[in-house]
Design a protein around this ligand. Sequence first.
Ligand code: CP3
Length: 348
Amino acid sequence: MNPHPSLFLRAAWGENTPRAPLWLMRQAGRYLPEYRAIKARASFWEMVRTPELAAEITLQPLRRFPLDAAILFSDIMTPLPAMGLEVAFNPGPVVAEPVRTQAQIEALHLPEAEAIAPFVAQAIRLVRRELPPQVALIGFAGAPLTLAAYLVQGAGSKDYEVFRAFLHSEPGLAEHLLEKLSELTLRYLRLQAQAGAQALQVFDTWAGLLDEALYRRFGLPYNRRILKGLAGLGLPRIYLAVGAAHLYPAMAELPCEVLSVDWRTPLNRLRPLFPGRTLQGNLDPSVLLAPPATIAREARRVLEAGLGGAHIFNLGHGLLRTTPPEHVAFLVETVQQFPRKELVDGTP
Ligand code: CP3
């Protein structure tokens, strides 16, 4: 059988590829002048809800850089209005009425997949039509815990203390909310798969706020339910948490093919905990603000740490808005020229 034309998908399925495929979290967005030009005319929700605009923004970074995957332009908050919630962006998510009572949780709707975000399905179809077979399209959703952090706190926060207090004082309500968010997320990711997404990433940005006991109660079971529910689709599943090195032993229990690692832990240190799985990451996004010689040195350090198994090169978290696009171009070139083949062949 011929190998799949997408190097990204081959690495996601565990192949130790001759070159590390790469894409960058937040590769579509504010560091690109062509994104800011669209943003000057349309609100964030308009961009997300207009399939032609979302598709165009998704493709913008691919026109500049020979990346191995595209990620749909959208947001983790995108499916929530279908539950009856009002969400604004300023610039981060703001929930008009934070969700903290039983009545509010009971009132949340659980629409069928097609009704959650038909505009997302359409954007995926438009993007897939434009991409060559060697470039994969990644769909995504927020993890229930991370979505709940925004819904209960009401907006982004450094420590999410209202949310953490809620977990401690109202554990039953928290579980009810997380159950509903899990079912919504599962339906939403299946919709994206059906529309043509070729890999699915779950963003659990705020998991690291919890200690292991709390993560095992309010994070792990819901992530497991979603990832298990996606197993039959035949798409690789990627899980990302940030600032969560204390949770890696728990995360090792998650059914996913790829673990996305932030910049704080070297990839080679995680190999023994995740045998046979693909690691994605993990350049510190702030390195892209440094001069090219530093970018090359740090990127090679990541690539060397990734040699022990399947590796998808990425950042440890999203691109910073002040990143010069030329630095991204330089990074892509550096990663694609790294002599992984010789180094991989030379290792057992
Ligand atoms: O290129 C891509 O990665 C795809 C697009 C994407 C966006 N948001 C676009 C966006 C993705 C994958 C997300 C996910 C997302 N959104 C996460 C998880 C990933 C992470 O960064 O940890 C989270 C926590 C959010 C919530 C969110 N949405 C925040 C905190 C913000 C504001 C600040 C910021 O980081 O940009 C948003 C708004 C948002 N989402 C913007 C973009 C391009 C900025 C909107 C603008 O242009 O003003």
